[in-house]
Design a protein around this ligand. Structure first.
Ligand code: AP5
Length: 211
């Protein structure tokens, strides 16, 4: 059983590393951000309610996030484990997770704010399959087009300068306290997020293989 969460500020590379680790160790990546963006795109009632919170860079209310996460965790592919990307985001979510599916490890990523902002400002995103690129660090094969489905890449709606400021402040206020929460439980595994995606992926894999 591998129940792992990736914790860290916006733009640190959680999604990039979760996707690679999921392929490497064969357990599903559960990104609450991707689930919410899919709900927004489909204009479901939950998506309509989440949309404004996300655009402004605020957390989506816990009951909405918990409802989609509970449903996803009950799927058969999560029985052997899962990689949580973007959940939990506050102490209430962490307590609920402790109750329904306690984690084995939390990979905690961090970087200075100027590096986070540089990664976010260069991010391009595929609205069809949610693949993530970076104009310099992870460019697509054809400029401006998704490698997987050829869709025109866009900037994520919550990557505006103002929303990013709110997301960073929200992280410090509500999410960062989880570092102490999981350290106290003895399951925190810090990961140095500097360097290329390959370099970080090697550190992540070594840490997960050592669990
Ligand atoms: P979410 O989608 O979870 O966004 P986030 O946590 O803000 O994280 P990001 O997606 O911005 O960054 P990342 O760390 O995944 O970095 P990435 O790999 O893309 O959440 C979005 C919103 O949804 C929230 O604000 C909230 O409203 C809502 N939400 C989600 N979960 C919620 C929850 N549990 N509760 C309440 N609300 C919730 O990389 C960033 C860029 O850098 C990319 O361009 C990438 O190509 C590049 N890059 C990656 N690694 C490297 C590297 N090593 N070197 C150079 N560039 C790199």
């Amino acid at each position: 059983m591998s129940r792992i969460a990736l914790l860290g500020p916006p733009g640190v590379g959680k999604g990039t590393q979760a996707a690679r680790l999921s392929r490497e160790i064969g357990i599903p990546r559960l990104s609450t951000g991707d689930m919410l963006r899919a709900a927004v795109a489909a204009r479901t009632p939950l998506g309509v309610e989440a949309d404004g919170h996300m655009r402004d860079g605020r957390l989506v209310p816990d009951p909405l996030v918990l409802s989609i996460l509970r449903e996803r965790l009950s799927a058969p592919d999560c029985r052997a484990g899962f990689l949580l990307d973007g959940f939990p985001r506050n102490v209430a979510q962490a307590r609920e997770l402790d109750r329904i599916a306690p984690l084995d490890a939390v990979l905690a990523f961090d970087l200075p704010e100027e590096v986070l902002v540089a990664r976010i400002s260069g991010r391009r995103w595929c609205p069809t399959c949610q693949s993530v690129y970076h104009v310099q660090n992870q460019p697509p094969k054809v400029a401006g087009r998704c490698d997987r489905d050829g869709t025109a890449l866009v900037t994520r709606p919550d990557d505006s300068a103002e929303a990013v400021r709110t997301r960073l402040a929200t992280y410090v206020e509500l999410t960062e306290p989880l570092v102490a929460h999981y350290r106290a439980r003895g399951i925190l595994r810090p990961i140095d997020a500097h360097g290329t995606p390959d370099e970080v992926a090697r550190r992540v894999l070594a840490t997960v293989r050592g669990l």
